[in-house]
Design a binder for this molecule. Sequence first.
Ligand code: ZN
Length: 297
Amino acid sequence: MLLGSIEAGGTKFVCAVGDENYNIKDIIKIPTTTPAETLKKCVDYFKQFPEMAALSISSFGPIEIRKDADKYGYIADTPKKNWSNTNFLGVMKDNFDIPMYWTSDVNGSAYGEYMNSIANHNPTRSLVYFTFGTGVGAGIVNNGEFIGYEGHPEVGHVKLKRAKNDEYFEGICPYHKDCLEGLASGPTFEKRVGKNGKDVPITDPVWDIMAYYIAQAVIQATLFIRPEKVVLGGGVISEPFLDKIREQFDKLFNHYLEVDDLKHYIVMPTVEDNGSATLGNFALAIKQYYKENIVKL
Ligand code: ZN
């Protein structure tokens, strides 16, 4: 069986096809331009694979996931220029009459990490996957299902306690200024120190400020969800930075609850080559395929 995956991000779309063992057979990257141009390139790509049996899309958002909503399958009101109110799933449905799954980008990644833990014979039944990049978000898998009924989680916009030495930084979220995304997304480096995060040495105190905020987000996730693991992905995250986050977590959480050794509890994604969402999409596509085909029987 051939399965399709679209990981739709703000800067690029990753389209791939794979088999039922989740081996990637073909993959391309499409720059995110206008909705019409980008979605046409996606359609053209998948038209090359007429045997594709199911497709899963994990998209940047916010997106409408309530199946009974008029705008189910749409990218809703988004700060991403031109993309508000885009009927993403509708365009794909118009072109391919196959089962389709629709979820947020971070949910796709979270599901990929969940599937990979099963493949590695060490199932993580409950996990939170955060991404810290241009924006901040989290996907949550609990016992193989996503959390969120009225919508996908919007963890990027939780409120935090401000760090000392950072009181004068306003924050960059257009809605809240100093929410998690406003204080700890990638572009905050430009605002605080005038250069890209990848050019800021890990010894710079700005990383301690970032670790303080991200550790608070991990604590909130721990208290709300009680996951087995918290996976931190995205361009801001690196192994040396993770150590700073673990240290802050340890200090702030003060062993209130028992969690796994922090080296195992707060981790980087396990799927190589940023492939978590593609793997997650393959698994969600096959799940949707069987769901729709069993209902038909
Ligand atoms: Zn916000």
